[in-house]
Design a protein around this ligand. Structure first.
Ligand code: R5P
Length: 264
């Protein structure tokens, strides 16, 4: 692996622990002003010190994040469909690699939609992006998106998507935690981070998902709604950090969460 690419990836997946806490806030690229992300700056600023990286579009980066931020940037560069459009999988590259370099991105992210109508198009997007990003030494995160078809969140499908992403040259992969997650990890030769999905009922469920994903081989999370839609987002992200970087159990994370929450 080239030095620059490895160096950028090390900024995201921390060499001290081999893990990462990525904060996803790219939802608006197809969902518009998602609940609690209507004013991204207000929601995200208190969380930034606790995230290793933020995943977002250039519009939100330029307008809502101060350029003196210490947190690494994973720039979403695919899009082109909305939640009210015909098909979420109809994506293209929407941001150039030159702009990613100008914005000092540590990685670029793109979605692939395996099994969808636009499977071929999104996979070719990935292949082309890897070719171009490697010229600049920028790692590529492939997001194994499932669009509206959430029933596809099963090991067989996620293993297929994640493996294809790695075969096409993605340097790390974002997928979902699922039953039989070890199979997804086993078949994917590059690091995997998991999304959180829709907001869960309790904090403990989020801690459990994160803990299990890590135990079963994920290098961390790229989580959004379960952090910034939480009632106590700072307590939430700090507790998740303790699982990811300090090997705390869900029970210990909940204790830390309550401690931080009660301190206000
Ligand atoms: C989906 O394509 C986006 O990349 C989101 O960033 C992703 O779903 C992670 O966010 P959440 O934890 O809210 O599911």
């Amino acid at each position: 692996m080239q030095w620059g690419l490895k160096n950028r990836l090390s900024g995201i997946i921390k060499p001290e622990t081999g893990r990462t806490l990525m904060l996803a806030l790219d939802h608006g690229y197809f969902l518009g002003p998602t609940t609690r992300l209507e004013d991204p700056k207000k929601t995200i600023t208190p969380l930034l010190p606790y995230a290793d990286a933020i995943m977002l579009t250039r519009g939100i980066l330029r307008n809502c994040i101060s350029p003196d931020v210490n947190t690494k940037v994973v720039l979403r560069v695919s899009g082109g469909s909305s939640i009210i459009g015909k098909d979420l999988s109809n994506e293209a590259i929407i941001t150039s690699l030159k702009d990613a370099v100008r914005l000092n991105a540590s990685a670029v992210a793109l979605s692939i939609f395996v099994g969808s109508e636009y499977e071929h198009q999104t996979l070719v997007n990935l292949a082309k992006l890897v070719d171009e990003a490697e010229e600049y030494g920028i790692p590529v995160l492939a997001v194994t998106a499932v669009g509206k078809e959430l029933e596809k969140r099963e090991a067989k499908y996620l293993a297929l998507s994640s493996r294809i992403a790695a075969e096409f040259g993605a340097h790390f992969v974002k997928t979902y935690y699922c039953e039989g997650f070890e199979k997804v990890v086993e078949g994917c030769p590059v690091p995997i981070v998991v999304a959180g999905g829709p907001k869960m009922n309790t904090e403990f469920e989020v801690f459990e998902l994160t803990y299990r994903a890590i135990q079963e081989g994920a290098v961390g999370v790229d989580m959004g709604r379960n952090i910034w839609q939480a009632e106590y987002p700072v307590a939430m992200i700090r507790a998740l950090r303790s699982i990811i970087h300090e090997n705390k159990t869900p029970k210990e994370a909940l204790e830390l969460f309550n401690e931080i929450k009660n301190k206000g």
